[in-house]
Design a binder for this molecule. Structure first.
Ligand code: GLN
Ligand code: ZN
Length: 775
């Protein structure tokens, strides 16, 4: 164990506790509004800068008021206009060559250029967007090649530190670490095959050294370097990752001119990376003690250990006694322990203020970002001055937790009994060959049957009607009539186009999860609980707090109405249990598997009611199946087991001649192909257009007897695919999958598209299908 090198590191770092990051979007989504106004040309870059600066100012003032130290580097500065990984790209000069025109002579990129890299322009694709670890936050994927010239191209991070300092705050800049940055990057289009971004580690390290010096010169005492890649099992060889961790943190901690270094590793446990980091001279290490447990036998003497004992990724009030016990257990490893959140708070809403409609009882069980900071302060004070000094807060927390545990809604006998009554047979349908024959008889569909994924464009009129209904300006009958008119128009459009299997278009759904959350018991919905999903986009996850039950049918009357308008089958449309869990804040007081099965039973009842109403084809969407996949390989098997089981519990009650579809919205199939097989859906639609059917040969090789609809139209942009293009994709698909197993559909739902491109694209899809059918 080496001695502390950097004399400037205070003896007790972050004495009042800290957080790994704070929501960036603003309590009233100020950043969203400022960005979108800038993009529309309604405000200038200077206006956007001013809004962002005032948001940062308000945030640091609030954080100090909530108890974080004003001048001891406990307040993180983790602002970003769009995404922190994109910030790292423009700071380090990692801008793809197709965007060279956006760079000034010194390599820097202004806010307009930054936005263009995030959002694309003309035929220049933006950086690809993908999910950040196992969260619903999306980051932009860096593109690195031999042509990437790393340079310190932006002073923004340092400027933001100085801005705070001039305001009387010494904050802690938060940056993405070099390992996470390079391992998440993909090789640029210009890179030779086999090129790996991590090959550029030495070049990039030199820039980090320069950046650390700039922070030190500006007066920063600490910098937080986020390295969540160290907690994840990736395709990279683990020994190589660990060797690189040693290299990076030896080099950075050995730099002459630098602030103290705090390496944070949220989302799971560091495992074998912890002793590796501990052996370097970094001053502080952050551990996620919500996902991981207190490590055994690692020597952390001389380090500050930032104990992530408050869940940064979920919204439940912390069990403060347990948190204190964890922090204390951590002391045995020899470091100086301080308390923190397990992850950045960007994953939770700002505040419970304004959510009083949830009821005092539920509110007392919750802690959003600001309330979590209160918990951190309580914990820090309990540790510093004794539990007696915060006995009121501690007992209040105990009372709230006890009330949650004792609440009848968290432990309903009817729900528990229903689940206990489930038997293995309830998870199994008849053999596929039996179902296939029954369904062929019933529907008599052509080869290459055509359909869509579910939603049709959510027009301004639909949104207006919903808003008016929510405000009470439109009565139930008026809203019902407006939605039915929309459904009728969507059905007519599909009949005119000549699709084989129709949908009702989902006009009545504000969101594919919230719609169900509002109709199921055990859920509640916030008014202002927005969480950044990507850029200016936010979602408002529902709160799944109790046992789940379905008081009455949720989708039947809409499905029945749509089916009454056509002699062709109209698909019933449900969101699957895993996706409902993934896109909600889920109770943490029982295994996810139990909660998923409760949702599964509610969906099973819905499917029975849809069947009784004459609906013959039912789609259960699971776009989030991949997202919840645990970061550690060792945990993946059991996740896939329970997630697949909850889907089977939802769907396996269906009759043989009911055709069950599922939709999964991504293309990384290789990893979970067995799980997809396990879902046992009669038809599975997937995203495939952008990757040009790349996954199909693998599926063929794996052997897949059921039907599959690889998307032939990338709906993520308004671009209309030509007949020729779709024809080629269908031919490619037929090379791997026999025509009778193939469906023709877009990549995903059409809710974000306009009607102009929707009509034309669907026409092209149908023309191409005709051509390939008769070829
Ligand atoms: N049925 C949904 C829709 O079409 C599926 C959306 C999704 O996969 N995210 O909108
Ligand atoms: Zn999708």
């Amino acid at each position: 164990m080496s001695e502390l090198k950097n004399a400037s590191a205070p003896a007790t770092a972050f004495p009042g506790g800290t957080i790994l990051g704070y929501p960036r979007i603003g309590r009233m989504r100020e950043l969203k509004k400022a960005l979108e106004s800038f993009w529309k040309g309604a405000s200038t870059a200077a206006d956007l800068e001013a809004s962002a600066a005032s948001l940062r100012g308000e945030n640091r003032t609030r954080l100090a008021a909530l108890g974080l130290g004003r001048t001891d580097s406990s307040i993180p500065s983790n602002f970003s206009f769009y995404d922190h990984v994109l910030d790292a790209c423009v700071t380090f000069g990692a801008v793809p060559t197709r965007f060279n025109n956006l760079r000034a002579a010194d390599g820097s990129v202004d806010l307009a250029g930054y936005s263009t890299i995030a959002r694309g322009v003309g035929d220049k694709a933006p950086l690809e967007m993908t999910k950040w670890f196992d969260t619903n936050y999306h980051y932009l994927v860096p593109e690195i090649g031999p042509e990437t010239e790393f340079q310190l191209n932006s002073t923004r991070w340092v400027d933001e530190f100085v801005e705070a300092k001039n305001d009387g705050f010494v904050t802690r800049p938060v940056i993405t670490g070099p390992l996470t940055f390079l391992y998440l990057a993909k090789a640029s289009d210009d890179a030779p095959s086999g090129y790996q971004p991590i090959d550029r580690l030495d070049d990039l390290l030199a820039i980090y050294v320069e950046l650390l010096a700039a922070f030190a010169d500006a007066g920063a005492e600490w910098v937080q370097i986020d390295e969540p890649i160290l907690v994840a099992d990736t395709d990279a060889d683990r020994a190589e990752v660990l060797a690189n961790a040693t290299k990076v943190y030896d080099a950075l901690s050995g730099a002459q001119n630098r602030p103290a270094l705090f390496v944070a590793a949220p989302y799971a446990s560091l495992d074998d990376a912890l002793p590796v980091l501990a052996a370097t001279d970094v001053e502080a290490i952050g551990l996620d003690l919500i996902r991981g447990s207190v490590p055994a036998s690692v020597d952390l003497r001389g380090k500050t250990v930032v104990a992530g004992v408050v869940d940064g990724h979920n919204i439940w009030r912390t069990n403060l006694d347990e948190a204190l016990a964890k922090a204390e257990a951590l002391e045995s490893l020899g470091g100086t322990v301080t308390v923190s959140t397990s992850t950045s708070l960007v994953h939770v809403p700002h505040t419970l203020q304004g959510e009083e409609h949830l009821g005092a009882e539920l509110v007392a069980w919750l802690a959003f970002a600001d309330e979590k900071i209160g918990e951190i302060s309580t914990l820090a004070q309990a540790r510093a001055a004794g539990e007696g000094t915060v006995s009121g807060a501690l007992s209040e927390a105990r009372t709230a937790l006890a009330s949650r545990a004792a609440h009848p809604g968290t432990n309903r006998a009817d729900v528990r009994e229903a689940l206990a009554g489930v038997s293995p047979a309830d998870f199994q349908r008849s053999a596929y060959s039996v179902r296939e024959a029954a369904q062929a008889d019933r529907f008599n569909l052509p080869e290459l049957a055509t359909t869509t994924i579910g939603s049709f464009p959510q027009t301004p009129e639909i949104r207006k009607a919903r808003a008016a209904w929510a405000k009470g300006e439109l009565d139930d009958a008026g809203y019902e009539a407006a939605m039915k008119a929309e459904i009728a128009a969507v059905v007519k459009l599909q009949e005119d186009l000549g699709l084989d299997v129709l949908v009702h278009g989902e006009a009545e759904r504000n969101d594919m999860v919230q719609y169900f959350a509002e109709l199921l018991e055990g859920f509640d919905v916030t008014k202002n609980g927005w969480v950044q999903s990507y850029g200016s986009r936010c979602t408002r996850p529902s709160i799944l707090w109790g046992d789940v039950a379905r008081p009455e049918p949720m989708t039947v009357r809409w499905a029945e109405y749509a089916q009454s308008l056509s002699s062709k089958p109209v698909k019933g449309m449900l969101t699957g249990p895993v996706t409902i869990l993934a896109w909600s804040f889920v109770r943490d007081d029982q295994p996810l598997a139990t909660t998923a099965n409760q949702v599964g039973l509610a969906l099973r009842q819905e499917i029975a009611d849809l069947e009784a109403a004459g609906i013959g084809i039912i789609q259960v969407d699971e776009p989030a199946l991949r997202e919840l996949l645990p970061l550690k390989k060792a945990d993946q098997r059991s996740y896939l087991d329970w997630s697949v089981n909850s889907f089977l519990l939802s769907t396996a009650g269906a009759k043989d001649d009911t055709q069950v579809h599922t939709h999964l919205c991504y293309s990384e199939f290789g990893e979970i192909i067995d799980a997809i097989d396990g879902l046992d859906a009669d038809v599975t639609s997937i995203e495939a257009a952008r990757s040009r059917m790349e996954v199909l040969p693998a599926i063929k090789q794996h052997g897949y007897e059921r039907q599959i609809g690889p998307g032939v139209w990338d709906i993520h942009s308004p671009r209309v695919p030509s007949i020729q293009e779709v024809t080629e994709l269908l031919q490619l698909a037929k090379d791997s999958i026999p025509g009778k197993q193939l469906w023709v559909n877009p990549d995903c739902g059409l809710k974000t598209r306009g009607y102009a491109e929707t009509n034309e694209s669907l026409e092209h899809m149908l023309e191409a299908t005709k051509a390939v059918r008769s070829a």
